[in-house]
Design a protein around this ligand. Structure first.
Ligand SMILES: NC(=O)c1ccc[n+]([C@@H]2O[C@H](COP(=O)([O-])OP(=O)(O)OC[C@H]3O[C@@H](n4cnc5c(N)ncnc54)[C@H](O)[C@@H]3O)[C@@H](O)[C@H]2O)c1
Length: 245
């Protein structure tokens, strides 16, 4: 028996980086996985690697209609939902002096609105399955990084959203948990270009015990725990993944 045997879990942004590792690890531990992403080639390839227990759905998390379609397709294929990993996201650099309102709104459309919609439709679907777990990907940026003001604002929104959803679901007795994960640096296609595209093995924790960068697998391990029933009494938590930063 796997640690999430038989659970049906949606992973947004499952084509790449952290979401890809989440999907592969959840599947390896027995979950049936709905991989969603804007990146169709990458998402299809992850679903294919998993096999018959996964499907891919093209999904823009900022579209309410797309969320309705994802929930309908998940129900049609698997008949229930047990977990949702709101992971898809975009990063834009820029301080308060450099950022524009357009940039702020564009990043919030995905990282804030997309997670609001995910929680809204996720809670409805999990309620009808009798409960479940939502994992929201925030960041240490929720504390406010000076060089990424719009990204920081959007990840702060994810943290507050998570707590609000967790307390609401608890007070309603839904058995729906909601937690946020706050990584520092993770070596993925989002961050490697910012580092000048080094060999990940040369800059990761394996090579350098003082590194700020972990592997996507280090985040996926926490996602797996939060989706599994091993974390059944953990809700409303903000869990940092950092090297003592
Ligand atoms: N890499 C890091 O250091 C780091 C640190 C903290 C938090 N995070 C967060 O982790 C999450 C995953 O990031 P990653 O590093 O794996 O990045 P990534 O770029 O490798 O993956 C992000 C995925 O999200 C998808 N995506 C982007 N916009 C989308 C949209 N509107 N709808 C659906 N899919 C969309 C992309 O196509 C991509 O496949 C993000 O929310 C990111 O902000 C990353």
């Amino acid at each position: 028996m796997g640690r999430v045997q038989g659970k049906v879990v949606i992973v947004t942004g499952g084509a790449s980086g952290i979401g890809k590792q989440d999907a592969l690890l959840l599947a390896a531990e027995g979950a049936r996985v709905v991989v969603t992403d804007l990146n169709e080639d990458g998402g299809r390839s992850v679903a294919k690697e998993i096999g018959d227990t996964a499907i891919f759905i093209r999904h823009d998390i900022s579209s309410e209609d797309n969320w309705k379609a994802v929930m309908a397709a998940t129900h049609e294929r698997f008949g229930r939902l047990d977990g949702l990993v709101n992971n898809a996201g975009v990063l834009v650099m820029g301080s308060i002096e450099d950022a524009t309102l357009e940039q702020w709104q564009k990043i919030h459309r995905v990282n804030a609105d997309g997670y609001f919609l995910g929680c809204k439709y996720g809670v409805a679907a999990l309620k009808s399955s009798g409960g479940g777990s939502i994992v929201n990907m925030s960041s240490v940026a929720a504390e406010g990084l000076p060089f990424a003001v719009s990204y920081s604002g959007s990840k702060g929104s994810v943290a507050a959203l998570t707590h609000s959803v967790a307390v609401h679901c608890k007070s309603c007795g839904y058995r729906i948990r909601c937690n946020s994960i706050h990584p520092d640096g993770v070596l993925t296609p989002m961050t490697l270009p910012l580092l000048g595209n080094p060999d990940p093995a040369a800059v990761s924790y394996d090579a350098d015990p003082t590194s700020r960068f972990c592997d996507p697998k280090d985040v996926a391990n926490l996602v797996l725990f939060l989706i599994s029933d091993e974390s059944r009494f953990i809700s409303g938590a903000q869990l940092r993944i950092t090297n003592a930063h």
